[in-house]
Design a protein around this ligand. Sequence first.
Ligand code: ADP
Length: 663
Amino acid sequence: MYNLKSFHTYLTKLFFILVVSISFYMLFLQTQAFTPDSQFNILIVNSYHNGHKWESNVLEGFLGSMEEYDNPYVNIKLEYLDFRSSNDSLYLDTFKNFLTTKYPKGSIDAIYTIDDEAYNLLASEISNPKSEFYQLPLVFSGVNEDSLVKKQLSPYITGIYQQDVTFQLLSFIFQLDETVDEIKIITEDSGYGNDLIAQVSTLLDTYWPDQVELHCIQSDYIEDIEYNLCTDNPHSNAIIILGGEFQYKKYNKFLEPNETVNIIKSYCNVPIYSNDQTYLSTGIMGGCMDIGQKQGHSIFEIVKRMIEGERVENISPILAPPPQWLLDYNSIYNYDVEIINIPEQSIIFNKKFYQLLIPAEYKNLFRSLILLIGCTFILFTVLGIKHLYRHKKMKKILQQKVQYEQLRTDFIVNLSHELRTPTNVILTAIQLIRLELSSTLEESNHNAVYKQLDNITKHAYRLLKISNNIVDITKLECGKLSFNPQNWNVVEVVEDIFMSIQDYATKKQLQIIFDPEEEEFICAIDKELLQRAILNLLSNAIKFTPPQGKINGTIRHNDAHLIIEIWDTGIGIPQDKLDAIFNRFYQIDNTLTRVNEGSGIGLCIVKEIIALHDGSIQVTSQEHKGSRFIITLPYIQTHKTSHHGYISSIETAVNIELSDVIK
Ligand code: ADP
């Protein structure tokens, strides 16, 4: 029991010690790592001058990544060896002394050298115990892999190896155009230039023997290059490989990359390739290039690991990011590159989002197609706008017309209404005069007065007829005329009308015969309206049938229809006018010398009345022989009970309707 308790205490103690040691270890590790309040100073030494294109790109990538990292305790010190201005041992020693004096031990935490020259100058200092830079972490870029592998790297040195991309560049060139028969290298007089020429020459001998002629122009000065280009014209299937930076002899000033390209192009118009990013977007064809910004970014990733406490010995050197195959969009077409030959991994630059990478012949076709589509679109838009405008205009005209028509109809209806009142007053006055005359005087003594009164009555009825017709046709057209069908014996209804016009017919020496097939046809009709229609047909028959003529009427039925026919032996209607007579205001003889009076509305009202009954009306006629009107009504009955609804006074209605029959 005792032993168990002491074992438990022992375990607790052990656990406590373990926790304390882990915490202590963690604390210790943290002090080793970067603490936010301690400064981390990086000395960046460029091999060339301030503004050197390649080094500026690398620096841009490095500083860009640093900005993203956003750590205020990381500082940069920038120095330029400017190797191409001066590179004798005295200068190099002096520059080295300058750096070690300016940055004594403890003032910087890491050195970053861009390109070989700066690296070669400072790498030895790292393993020199007497140097201020002894055992200081050094990061390199732009140093050829081969030159480093041979040397034993100090554990304090790391970075990214520059890979030679000349093989990729040549492969790229021959893939785009296998007919290339001359390569002209234009490069600076430097280690880079020497390497470029040596690499191209070796690779051509090894992989493309006897295929191309190699010519080189190597100088730091543009004037020398111009002179060479002047004297040695390249073949038509030649290409130029351009690399390095050039100066004017006279001004001792570096040319902008596009200036160099333009000068070369002014001497020979052959595709220019490069492995130097400096020449990207200067009008060259393209090339296989290391991208400086990418290298700068990779270097910062290494430095970041150091900032965060990783020891330089644990960070192994890595290879530079793979080069990119870049091709200028416009040059593809300027130098007739076959689209099919463009390697898949190529990046096309200077290509606008709307441009397509297609063969030149398709491009023209495509352009024409786009132009055609564009023109068609414009044409249709213009036509559409025009159509819309015309439609709008027509709509406006139509609206105006409808408005005008409405105004006209309203005016005529009002006028007709207004005419009715005085006409009725005239008719009443005439009746009173007649009464007065009959009570006081012998009718035979006043024949002349009675004749004039008859005349006034007849014309008053004509006025009423016109007014009624106009009001009715307007009501019919607006659907305001009430339609009230009830079951009636149609034979009786029609016979009544035939009988009521008997006097008029006799006066005009016409024979009237109404002969229905049966005595009774009970059918749902609006009696008043149907009587008006029949009266109109009969009044026309009387009007247009000369004395001694005949007017006939019949009613028969056929299955679902009731057929009412009225025919005469009158003047007839010309065949080409048969359809028009049902139109509003239509009269066949509308000359001032016409024999019969009328307004040309009657048949139009008849047609509308029959249509209200869901029926139809047809006419057949022969000139000088007569006319036949055939009304077809649905032979149906309604549940509504019928009550008397004769035209208020059939006699007055007949008088009004036939007012224009006898003069
Ligand atoms: P109106 O009041 O002029 O008679 P209608 O509409 O009733 O108007 O008739 C239109 C025209 O049709 C008439 O003017 C006439 O020329 C022709 N018409 C109608 N019925 C007959 C008929 N039975 N015989 C010959 N012509 C007719």
